[in-house]
Write a protein that binds this ligand. Structure first.
Ligand SMILES: [Zn+2]
Length: 281
């Protein structure tokens, strides 16, 4: 799933590629992909792309005073293609055809149709429930006091940091990297952190900026569907911790996993899956 650094690089590359491009037609072959009907998607015809930006994990494509707010969910991708897609292409959700022959395409892989888009007056994006309800952006890092307030909740850090209403932009991959960088257990509760730990967590958010810098250096004008992510611990169970050499461990959930260094994050304790089965009951 694209998280803050991946959506940021997509937005930057699309902004560079599309600014000024005129819209020839716009259609949504995806069933129920458009969550708004007024203005209709056809209102984009004749307009130009003015900017592409990111809010949380959501790309926003601006067309003057209209904006397309997109939620990629887990399998959606936003990309520009040199040629137009066949209308039989099952992965197409939104097709924005440009006058120069290119096409901006929201595609979604897999069987579930969960990605969505809203066409809104540009000034209404900030008030949209999906945007207004977001916590502070994880990058650039919020002021320390804002982060402390956002995570002062009696919930485990792993789900808490991924909860967009508490802090925006972090998902299942980068949460592991941030907690490893901060040397904090994924099962520590937000409200249990002392000021030193909050400081470490705040400092650790630099991994998101580092990832964006890495993408700036390694990704060309076109962002691939699957971005090679510079991850150190996520899905690296069995490998040595890059800092201390201890074997990276994993706790598995039904649809995701968390990886950590037991020496540096959980006081040497290896968390058993027993704990998981209890949590699920
Ligand atoms: Zn370690």
């Amino acid at each position: 799933m694209p998280e803050l650094p991946e959506v940021e690089i997509v937005a930057r590359r699309l902004d560079a590629a599309l600014a000024g491009a005129g819209v020839e037609s716009a259609l949504a072959p995806g069933m129920n992909v458009m969550k708004t009907f007024d203005p209709p998607l056809e209102a984009l015809v004749g307009r130009q792309v003015s900017a592409v930006r990111r809010v949380g994990k959501m790309p926003v494509v601006e067309f003057g005073d209209l904006a397309l707010l997109i939620h990629l969910m887990s399998a959606g991708r936003l990309r520009v293609f040199g040629k137009r897609a066949s209308l039989k292409d099952k992965v197409s959700r939104v097709l924005i055809r440009l006058g120069d022959g290119r096409e901006l395409r929201l595609r979604e892989f897999g069987t579930k149709q969960r990605a969505w888009a809203k066409l809104l007056p540009a000034e209404a994006v900030a008030e949209d429930e999906m945007v207004a309800g977001l916590g502070p952006e994880a990058w650039p890092p919020p002021p320390l006091a804002d982060l402390a307030a956002a995570i002062d909740k009696p919930r485990h850090l792993h789900p808490l940091l991924r909860h967009q209403k508490d802090i925006a932009g972090i998902g299942r991959s980068w949460v592991d990297e941030i907690l490893w960088e901060a040397r904090l257990s994924p099962f520590k509760k937000g409200s249990e952190l002392n000021s030193d730990e909050i400081g470490r967590l705040h400092a650790a958010l630099h991994v998101l900026g580092d990832a964006i810098d890495h993408y700036e250096e390694t990704i060309g004008p076109e962002v691939p569907d699957k971005v090679p992510m510079p991850l150190q611990v996520h899905k690296r169970e069995g490998e040595p911790c890059p800092r201390c050499g201890t074997t990276i461990e994993a706790v598995y959930f039904s649809e995701h996993q968390t990886n950590y260094c037991p020496k540096e994050q959980t006081g040497g304790k290896v968390l058993k899956d027993r704990r998981l089965s209890k949590l699920l009951k």
